[in-house]
Design a binder for this molecule. Structure first.
Ligand SMILES: Nc1ncnc2c1ncn2[C@@H]1O[C@H](COP(=O)(O)OP(=O)(O)O)[C@@H](O)[C@H]1O
Ligand SMILES: CC(=O)OP(=O)(O)O
Ligand SMILES: [Mg+2]
Length: 419
């Protein structure tokens, strides 16, 4: 048997899926370790028999996992024990390991990870301080553990390489931008590619004819305007810090703010490592801001509960801030798409599970014609449907919830391109 291993190192989680290398990419196992920025981590894991029947399932089991690397080790041990029981496959069967690498510079497509490519991506680590290095550590573990397996990098930034120049250019010195490759890159691209594909299928149209506003709201959050199946604008920028706030990220703020926050913010932070160079400014805005700084937790589910059920002031503030910033992008991208969007799509941990947030955002943007049905909205948070319509009956514009799957997107690209 030949298999495809897909690994996705998010800022608060590591997600892994193993597929059979077959036209339908049938799932052998999938799971995640979540809560990597919180006090408690959880392991979720399901393995399948070849007929598709569930073999073993663990849901939100509490585990102690301080970082991404140990989370990956937990996964490998699990996989090892399954292989030991001869239930799944041998490590030698893993033909390709796909790695979600958040920052890929201007690379428009996946790359086989050679020593040279690894080095190139290593250099980009400073531009995605919560992501690239962690993913590269996992690449490193795969290279030493899975000897016969090819490692391929899939970039979050690739999907946004269609953004027009006047949008990806910052209004600063053009020579400096060129010299330092400063531009809007944009991220969550594997998720947006998956969303575009599923949404086009749902409407029964070619992806080239699809116009939507998509929201990937997770530990890191972004919005994307998709015209004719292609990204024409997105809220993240040179790094995944720009745009919407996140679990520990500020999102967009007045660039001068940091000099008032800290008197020596350009000094290197003690959080720097030999691989990731981080100034105090970057450390504050990437790791010590966002929901954590406002509410004391990175768990937006908990923030929502406190805001809605307990009327907690800090939680309400965070919730209202998020609704405000998200709706602002919906408005902006509605104009970017010249009112031609057929749907607003929610995805990512918060987008998929946060029914209260979806309801509040839709209320704010209802002037554009978006609607939400209360009952369907509740069902959407628990359904296993990949795409779920939560709009009111007969609504012309759709509000959709997509269970995005960056691992499956990588596996499909492997199969489609016969990598
Ligand atoms: N019921 C819920 N309501 C709102 N947010 C939730 C809920 N359950 C989980 N979340 C949030 O989803 C986020 C994780 O999203 P995810 O996209 O999986 O993260 P990552 O950025 O690590 O890939 C966390 O902030 C978590 O609090
Ligand atoms: C780009 C990004 O922020 O990704 P994630 O939400 O997975 O952390
Ligand atoms: Mg993610």
């Amino acid at each position: 048997m030949s298999a495809i291993l897909c690994l996705n190192a998010g800022s608060s989680s590591i997600k892994f899926s193993l597929y059979r290398y077959s036209p339908d990419a049938s799932l052998l196992l999938t799971g995640s370790v979540s809560g990597l920025t919180a006090d408690q981590q959880y392991l979720t894991y399901t393995s399948y028999k070849s007929c598709g029947e569930v073999l073993e399932s663990i849901k939100n089991q509490e585990i102690d996992c301080p970082d991404h690397d140990s989370a990956f080790k937990v996964f490998m041990e699990h996989l090892d024990s399954k292989i030991g029981e001869k239930r799944l496959l041998s490590f030698d069967d893993i033909y390709v390991a796909c790695h979600r690498i958040v920052h890929g510079g201007s690379n428009p497509r996946p790359l086989l990870i050679t020593e040279e490519v690894y080095h190139e991506l290593d250099i980009l680590s400073d531009l995605a301080p919560l992501h690239n290095q962690r993913a590269l550590d996992i690449v490193h573990s795969c290279i030493s553990r899975l000897k016969g397996t090819k490692n391929v990098a899939f970039f979050d930034s690739s999907f946004h390489m269609t953004i027009p120049r006047h949008i990806y250019t910052y209004p600063i010195d053009l020579d400096v931008q060129k010299r330092h490759q400063i531009r809007k890159y944009g991220f969550h691209g594997l998720s947006y590619a998956f969303i575009s594909h599923e949404t086009a299928d749902y409407f029964g149209v070619d992806e080239d004819d699809l116009n939507i506003i998509a929201l990937h709201l997770g530990s890191g959050a972004s919005a994307c305007a998709i015209l004719g199946g292609k990204s024409i604008n997105t809220s993240m920028g040179l790094t995944p810090l720009e745009g919407l706030p996140g679990a520990t990220r500020s999102g967009s703020v007045d660039p001068s703010l940091i000099f008032h926050y800290h008197s020596d913010s350009s000094r290197m932070s003690t959080a720097s490592s030999k691989d990731v160079h981080l100034t105090i400014a970057e450390d504050i805005l990437n790791k010590r801001s966002g929901w954590q700084s406002i509410t004391g937790t990175t768990d937006f589910g908990l923030i929502t509960k406190r805001a809605v059920e307990e009327n907690d002031e800090r939680a309400k503030l965070a919730f209202d801030m998020f609704v405000d910033r998200v709706s602002m992008y919906v408005g902006q991208y509605w104009v970017a798409l010249q009112g031609k969007a057929v749907a607003l799509v929610f995805a990512g941990g918060i987008g998929e599970k946060g029914k209260e947030l979806r309801a509040a955002v839709i209320e704010k943007v209802s002037c554009l014609g978006f609607t939400i049905d209360k009952e369907l909205n509740t069902t959407a948070s628990t359904t296993s449907d990949v795409i779920f319509d939560v709009s009111k009956k007969d609504a012309k514009l759709k509000t959709l919830v997509v269970q995005t799957d960056e691992q499956l997107q990588m596996a499909k690209e492997v199969i489609d391109t016969r990598l």
